[in-house]
Design a protein around this ligand. Structure first.
Ligand SMILES: Cc1cc2nc3c(=O)[nH]c(=O)nc-3n(C[C@H](O)[C@H](O)[C@H](O)COP(=O)(O)O)c2cc1C
Length: 354
């Protein structure tokens, strides 16, 4: 595979990608009230259409799944119509775009939500740490309500409905956010999943929610090849911890490895052990590696056959035409963490292409 590099065309779900670079899902907190993406997002995503595949910011599949200030959802007609303008703009520039479904579970504050329903999780375990709200500034997150087993099919159904909405909004596919301590990872991880029913205990039980969600999303999309998944094994973000991540994630990837999914997206957050090396052989399909890649380390990873795609996050915030810059060996613009989550155009659509 020595001839494969970041600028080699790739393939996902039967379509060719311009290159092997994915834009990572990134929450940017510019949405309007009630989970509607803003007009600014049209330009923001269109500016980044040179990515082989754009993965959107985390989008709540349902109101209960929304936890952060100024974040979007995709459960009603107004939200779908706003997303349609975004996918149209990306497609007009020859880009491809998947919607990332981020159900936050317990990582939520009521002041950020347009529903009065309390946050849900596999178990009633409060997350340590605080969250930003526009009205009350930093706040503790309340303890979530534990889901009754009879309610779980309804949560899975929310992902299926959101998938249908995403396809109606023109997305090329959807990604299940099963990383970063949100609801699916709350099911996977032993410190947040204290259940003793079919969804808790053994690794085979803790992966059940994720497998069922992927299955439902594949059926709703018309094919599992329109559904990707992101995982971040052993990443402690959002007070999440698993007693045996190697067992959990090898069990999960073995279970989903032959489903015919669009891709497996792995965020590696610590040097050892390499979840890329561990999980790639277990997954029959495109493998996307992310977490701190540069041009050189991305090319080396592809050349070694360690991944099919490289996912770039922060670099895409300040270099909207990142693939073009790599091609031309152009200078990269440093990202600005101060404007990652601030409202308005500054730091969002103000970084220009070459
Ligand atoms: C501003 C910002 C927002 C992010 N929001 C999300 C998100 O909504 N969903 C997600 O899966 N990851 C999110 N991430 C993580 C990125 O997708 C990516 O995994 C991470 O930044 C590592 O890649 P990088 O080193 O190339 O930036 C976010 C990262 C940043 C910097």
């Amino acid at each position: 595979m020595a001839d494969v590099n970041l600028l080699t065309p790739g393939r996902i779900d039967g379509f060719d990608t311009k290159n092997r670079m994915m834009m990572a899902p990134m929450t940017r907190s510019r949405a309007l009230a009630k989970g509607v993406p803003s007009e600014l997002a049209i330009e923001y995503y269109a500016q980044r259409a040179s990515a082989g595949l754009i993965i959107t910011e985390g989008i709540a599949p349902c109101a209960v799944g929304l936890g952060y200030a100024r974040t979007p959802a995709i459960e009603n007609a107004e939200q779908v119509a706003a997303w349609k303008k975004i996918t149209d703009a990306v497609h007009a520039k020859g880009g491809r775009i998947f919607a990332q479904f981020m159900h936050v579970g317990r990582i939520a504050h009521p002041a950020n939500r347009y529903t009065t329903e309390p946050p849900i999780s596999p178990s009633a375990v409060k997350a340590a740490g605080q969250m930003w709200t526009d009205t009350l500034q930093m706040q503790d997150m309340p303890a979530p309500r534990a889901l009754d087993i009879k309610e779980i099919p309804g949560v899975i159904e929310d992902y299926a409905k959101a998938t249908k909405n995403a396809i109606a909004a023109g997305f090329d596919g959807v990604e299940l956010h099963s990383a970063s301590g949100y609801l699916p990872m709350q099911f996977l991880s032993s410190n947040t999943n204290l259940r003793s029913d079919a969804y808790g205990g053994s690794a085979a039980n803790r992966i059940r929610f994720v497998v069922e969600a992927l299955d439902a999303m594949g059926k709703a999309a018309g094919s599992p090849s329109k559904v990707g998944i992101k995982i971040s094994p052993a990443m402690p973000f959002n007070d999440i911890q698993d007693a045996n991540p190697v067992e959990t994630y090898t069990t999960l990837v073995k279970a989903i490895g032959n489903m015919g999914l669009a891709y497996l997206h792995v965020l590696q957050s610590a040097p050892e052990p390499s979840y890329f090396a561990m999980l790639r052989p277990l997954f029959k399909g495109p493998f996307a590696a992310g977490g701190g890649f540069t041009k050189d380390s991305g090319n080396a990873m592809l050349a070694s056959g360690g991944a099919d795609f490289i996912v770039y996050g922060k670099l895409f915030t300040s270099n909207p035409d990142l693939p073009v810059r790599f091609e031309k060996s152009a200078e990269l613009v440093a990202f600005d963490a101060n404007t990652f989550y601030t409202p308005g155009a500054e730091g969002y659509t103000t970084f220009k292409s070459l």
